[in-house]
Write a protein that binds this ligand. Structure first.
Ligand SMILES: [Zn+2]
Length: 210
C-alpha cells in the first residue's frame, strides 16, 4: 500500500490516525465529546455501522484495565455502544472473506428464485437476469448474521482459512451462519429483475439512503 494515498477527507491513513489520536488524547476519561470526522468515519467505513446506516453523535473513552481505553459512541435510539474507530481505518480483512463466503453460499438460493421468476418483476417484460434483495438489503442481512457470531466463533471460522487454497473461502456445511443465511432468505423480499431495472432499483436505493 502506498504511504501517501488519500484515504478520508484528504488525509492518508497515517494522518487520519494521528489526528484522531490527538483528539482523543485531549479529552478526559468519561468526558463526552463530539467529532464530525470520527462520526463520519464510523458511518462510512465501519463494517457494521456503514451497512446499518448508524452514525454516532457523541463519543467518550472509558478506563479499561489492561487496555489503552474503551472507545464508545452514542448511537441515537441505541445508546452508548463500544465501537472501534481503528477498525474503520484498517478493517479486518476477515470480514470481507466472510462477506464473500456468505454471498457465495446465498448464490444457489438466488438462482432458484430467478429460475422461478424468469420474467422481470419490475417491467414485467424482459427476461430476468439478476435478483435484488429488496428487504433487507443483502449487506444488512450479512451484517446481522456476522453480529450473531462470537469472537471465538469468528476466530474458529478463520482458523480454517488457507491463503494457498485454490477454492474460494467457504464456511463448513451446517455452520450456524449458513443456517441463519438460509432462514433469512425465507422471510426476505427478493425481486427478479432485468439488467436495466436492476440499475434503476440500485439508484433508487442510493437516493433513499442519502
Ligand atoms: Zn425489467
Amino acid at each position: 500500500m502506498s504511504r501517501g494515498k488519500e484515504f478520508f477527507r484528504g488525509m492518508t491513513k497515517t494522518q487520519l490516525k494521528e489526528m484522531i489520536q490527538g483528539k482523543i488524547a485531549e479529552v478526559d476519561f468519561g468526558q463526552e465529546f463530539e467529532s464530525s470526522i470520527i462520526a463520519d468515519l464510523i458511518h462510512q467505513k465501519h463494517y457494521h455501522c456503514a451497512a446499518q446506516d448508524l452514525r454516532p453523535t457523541r463519543f467518550r473513552k472509558l478506563l479499561r484495565p489492561g487496555a489503552v481505553y474503551d472507545f464508545q459512541g452514542y448511537f441515537p435510539g441505541h445508546g452508548w455502544h463500544g465501537v472501534s474507530w481503528t477498525q474503520c481505518i484498517n478493517p479486518r480483512d476477515e470480514m470481507d472473506w466472510l462477506d464473500r463466503a456468505l454471498r457465495d453460499a446465498a448464490h444457489p438460493m438466488i438462482s432458484r428464485y430467478r429460475a422461478m421468476h424468469p420474467v422481470c418483476e419490475r417491467c414485467k417484460n424482459n427476461p430476468s437476469t439478476e435478483v435484488d434483495h429488496v428487504s433487507p438489503e443483502f449487506k444488512v442481512m450479512v451484517a446481522q448474521i456476522i453480529q450473531t457470531l462470537t469472537t471465538s466463533q469468528i476466530e474458529e471460522i478463520f482458523s480454517r482459512f488457507d491463503w494457498l487454497d485454490k477454492e474460494p473461502f467457504s464456511l463448513p456445511t451446517g455452520h450456524s451462519a449458513l443456517q441463519l443465511l438460509h432462514d433469512a432468505h425465507q422471510t426476505a423480499t427478493l425481486q427478479a429483475l432485468c439488467k436495466p431495472c436492476h440499475v434503476i432499483n440500485g439508484n433508487e436505493r442510493r437516493r433513499r439512503t442519502i
